[in-house]
Design a protein around this ligand. Structure first.
Ligand SMILES: [Zn+2]
Length: 210
């Protein structure tokens, strides 16, 4: 299966994509990790991408897509790509089976973002719901005491909502029109959302075998 994840800010889609991949025993692919990996190991694609980032420019969608498509296995759960329509069109080449869209209401989005905690020492970011530290209030990385940046919360929420409206929403529309979109309520615990996703997967499997 080729599964793509998109979602509202704070929907925990990365966590959910990873859980689904491990449940289905297929590779979890983080677009960001692949791109960083290509750049760090100095591959041909990586060097081309680096030319843009060095000049403070965005890496063109074609180069990102080329890097990613070259390394996608036959089955995958993909997170972090596509981020816009032109990337979605490039991804069509892999013929994805379905796109999970984790949605949250505005009040949930603000609440999730308010559950963000940051380590003042190493700057690692946590989320009490989707990505909690192993010991409450303590950074896994360096043992620092986690803090919340209250003043940041509203600004962050607004900024992420802007990106969501500008980038994610057109994608939702794009996949809905192509009847590829599976909309899943992203509220509740990580386990609640995972169960909803697994139910949807069972339905797809059932439909395709009928
Ligand atoms: Zn830390």
């Amino acid at each position: 299966m080729k599964i793509v994840f998109i979602g509202s800010p704070g929907s925990g889609k990365g966590t959910q994509a990873r859980m689904l991949a491990s449940e289905l025993e297929i590779p979890f692919i983080s677009a960001g990790d692949i791109i960083r990996g290509e750049i760090n190991s100095g591959t041909e694609f990586g060097c081309r991408a680096l030319k843009y980032t060095k000049n403070g420019e965005l890496v063109p969608d074609e180069i990102i897509a080329e890097m990613l498509l070259a390394s996608l296995p036959r089955s995958f759960v993909l997170d972090g790509f596509p981020r816009n329509i032109s990337q979605a069109i490039l991804l069509e080449r892999t013929e994805p089976d379905c796109v999970f869209y984790l949605y949250l209401g505005i009040s949930d989005i603000v609440e999730r973002i308010s559950k963000r905690r940051i380590c003042p020492n190493c700057k690692r970011v946590y989320n009490l719901i989707s990505n909690p530290p192993k010991t409450p209030c303590i950074c896994d990385e360096c043992g620092g005491e986690l803090i919340s940046r209250i003043d940041d919360t509203e600004k962050t929420a607004r900024k992420r909502m802007d990106v969501y409206k500008r980038e994610t929403y057109p994608l939702v529309d794009y996949y809905r029109k192509r009847k590829m979109l599976i909309e899943v309520d992203g509220s509740g615990s990580v386990e609640d959302v995972h169960h909803r996703i697994m139910r949807a997967v069972e339905e797809i499997k059932c439909k395709s075998s009928c």
